[in-house]
Design a protein around this ligand. Structure first.
Ligand code: TPP
Ligand code: MG
Length: 335
């Protein structure tokens, strides 16, 4: 196995070869996630969303880049920080927002909330609140596809904190043993709640842990959507060719707190601001679009306005949708 250290970011040569429509698509998709999450934060502040709510702001390039490498029928499963994944795989903003507000129009008919949404149509398997639990589930999804003999691939997303869970390594072993078509995506946003990677491990290169099981992997710049897409294409090609699992450690950063209640004492404001100023994934694409003459300021403003309208509409829908009827207490339960 020849592990590869990815370039810090996609080369300018590659960037100049990217089609305008692709860049615009990534811009639009990342902007949708960002504005949706900002709106969710507002609704939470207004008391319209209860319980846990973990925002994805800052990490948009990870899921948008990987979805660009996916094909119809591929599957995805992730943690509780899941709104971005749902939007990026084509789930409807209205249904996601209504689930956040606990309303009938939500993907789980208002009974799941932020951490528990699913879509069979879009092959989205949740939404999991137990740290690391989605990793063996992802291998199980990949097992099913291998068993059925199709060429689908599963993306199993988890965090840097989850990467220290024992079940991750049991899964690595079996996934490699059985050549399962699963891509383990470690979204390394540098913190697990208030614990930095430096404080939780002495082996901070998380993707390299796959070497112990013979799994190929690489580190990727998660603030660069093109670098993520390119790495995603390598991982997908590996899995579809029947070569077994692949690990992508995507270096990213979350701008907001771990959840809506986060004292934010574990990092400085300067650290967050520096990331926003110098590495923002949406701003990077915006610059490529403008300097490469792929789009004008006015065209981008039009996209921003369209996204704002979609997000506002989702919030209105989420407020207007009724609460689930009382007899829903007895549906969708194991007895
Ligand atoms: C098994 C388990 N242990 C602890 C928790 C509490 N908890 C929720 S999120 C979290 C941190 C996970 O961090 P990471 O995997 O880096 O994901 P991120 O939140 O950064 O996306 C912890 C410890 C939990 N939900 N499940
Ligand atoms: Mg983390």
């Amino acid at each position: 196995m020849a592990p590869r250290k990815a370039a810090a970011s996609t080369s300018d040569a590659t960037k100049s070869n990217v089609a305008s429509e692709d860049l615009l698509k990534y811009y639009r998709e990342m902007m949708l996630i960002r504005r949706f999450e900002e709106k969710a934060g507002q609704l939470y502040g207004m008391g319209l969303i209860g319980g846990f709510c973990h925002l994805y702001i800052g990490q948009e390039a990870v899921v948008v880049g990987l979805e660009a490498a996916a094909s119809e029928g591929d599957k995805r499963v992730t943690s509780y920080r899941d709104h971005g994944h749902m939007l990026a795989c084509g789930m409807d903003a209205k249904g996601v927002m209504a689930e956040l507000t606990g309303r009938e129009g939500g993907y789980s008919r208002g009974k799941g909330g932020s951490m528990h949404m699913f879509s069979k149509d879009r092959h989205f398997y949740g939404g999991h609140g137990i740290v690391g639990a989605q990793v063996p589930i992802g291998a199980g999804l990949a097992f099913a596809d291998k068993y059925l003999g199709n060429d689908r691939v599963t993306f199993a997303y988890f965090g840097d904190g989850a990467a220290n869970q024992g079940q991750v390594y049991e899964t690595y072993n079996m996934a490699q043993l059985w050549d399962l078509p699963v891509i383990f995506v470690i979204e390394n946003n540098q913190y697990a709640m208030g614990t930095s990677v430096q404080r939780s491990t002495k082996s901070p290169s998380l993707w390299k842990r796959g070497e112990a099981y013979g799994i190929k992997g690489e580190e990727v710049d998660g603030m660069d959507v093109l670098a993520v897409r390119d790495a995603g294409e390598r991982a997908v090609a590996h899995c579809r060719a029947g070569k077994g699992p692949y690990i992508l450690e995507v270096k990213t950063y979350r701008y907001r707190g771990h959840s809506m209640s986060d004292p934010a004492k574990y990092r400085s404001r300067d650290e967050v601001q520096k990331m926003k100023d110098e590495r923002d994934p949406i701003e990077q694409v915006r610059q490529i679009l403008l300097t490469g003459n792929h789009a004008t300021e006015d065209e981008l403003k039009k996209i921003d306005a369209d996204i704002k309208a979609i997000v506002n509409e989702s919030a209105e829908f989420a407020k207007d949708s009724p609460e689930p009827a009382l007899d829903e207490l007895w549906t969708d339960i194991y007895a």
